[in-house]
Design a protein around this ligand. Sequence first.
Ligand code: ZN
Length: 425
Amino acid sequence: MIFNEKMETLPREELERIQLEGIRRTLSRIKSSNSVLKEKYRDIEPEDIKSLDDLKKLPLMEKDDLRRAYPFNHIAVEDDDAWMRMHMSSGTTGTPVINVMTRSDIEQWGEIMARCYYAAGVASKDRIQITPSFGLFNGGFGFHYGAEKIGAFVIPIGAGRSRLQLQFLKDLGTTAITAIASYPLRLIEVADEIGFDFRETNLRVAILGAETWSDEIRKRIESEMDVDTYDIIGMTESGGVGMGIDCEVKNGIHVWEDHYVVEIIDPETKEVVKDGVEGEMVITTLTREGLPLLRYRTRDITRILSRDRCDCGRTHLRIDRIKGRTDDMLKVKGVNFYPSQIEAILMKYKQLSPYYNIVLEKVKGKGSMTIVAERRNGFSSEDLDRLNNELYDLLGFHCHIQIVPDGTLERPQGKAVRVIDKRVK
Ligand SMILES: [Zn+2]
C-alpha cells in the first residue's frame, strides 16, 4: 500500500534531479527573504550549485542560529497574511525555536504524514487515536493532518488521561494509536493496574516517535500491547513529525527525499561520511516555505543504510533508527556512551519496569554514576550480578545499581526524563 506511488517510487536519478532543483530553490528563498540567516549564504548563488555534491559548499546551519533569531527573525516568508500557525520546540535546553507555517507548509505536512500512515499500513478504514498534545508541540496536529488526508477517523484525545485512553481504545474501536515513544509504557502499566487486556481491542498499529527508543523497548511494547510498531521521525525545525518512517519491511527508516536531503557528517570534523558510517544527520528542506533549512544539524545520530529500492517498492533512502542525540551523549570516567545503550541492557530484564534513571554526580571530585531501576517481579541477586557484569562490559567501569520498588520513579506526561545530571557544569 503506497500513498503517492508516483513520488515514492521515483528512480534515483529523478529524485536527485528534484533535489538539485529544490536545493537551489531553498537557497534562493532564503537569500531573497528578510531572514537573518541569509547572511550565511552571502557568497554563494543558486547557480553555483551544479550537482548534489556542491551542497557541501554551503555552510552548516546550527540550532543556535535559529535560537538567536527568536522569535521570528529566521522566518523566510514576510507577509503576515501567509502565516497560518506556529509550532515550537520544547525549549528544555534553552531558548525555543519557532517554526511558522504557511498554507503550503501545512499541505506539505499532510502529504508526508499521509505517506507515513500508509507505510504503517494505516488507511481510510482506520480509527486513529492521537495521544500527543494538540498545542505548541507539533505531534498532535501532524498526526491529525495526515489522518484527514487519508480519510481515516480521528479520535483527537491528546495527551494524558491514561485510563480514558484505554477506555477509548476499547469502546471506540481504535485500530491505530500515535504517541510519544515512551507513552505506551505508561498505558501498559495502567492496563496492568486495572486488568485491561489489549487483546480484547481492535488495536493493530502504534506509530511512535519524538524520542530515542531502543529495540528492547520496542519489543516490550509490541508484545505487551499486541501491536505492530512504526518508528516515525521529524522535528519542529523540519516542519514537524513525518519526515520519515519505517515500512513493513522494518529495514530502516525511509526519509521522503523529494522533500528532504539527508547527509551524515562527523560531528567533530563536520565532513560528510560514507554511507553506512554513523554520524550526525544533517537535513536540507526542499519544499518548506516558512522555515527553509539548508544543511541543518539535527544532532540525531544515525547512518544511511541504503539508497537502493526497498522490498516495499519505495526508492527513498533508508537510515538506521536514531541511536541518540549528540547532546545526549554522556561522558563518565572518560567513557562516552548513549543512554539508549544502558536502556538496551536494562530492558532485557523482564523483571524490571521500563522506568529507570541514570544519575550522574561528582563524589569527592570524581564522576560517579548510579542506575536506579524498578523491580517488578522476582529480580534476584543473581540477576543483579548479571546486570552488573553486562554494564561493566559496556562501560568498562563499575557503576552503582539501585533497585527500588515498582512505582517509585516519576511517570512523565510528555517526553521521558531519564538522565539526572547533578554534576556542576
Ligand atoms: Zn520500505
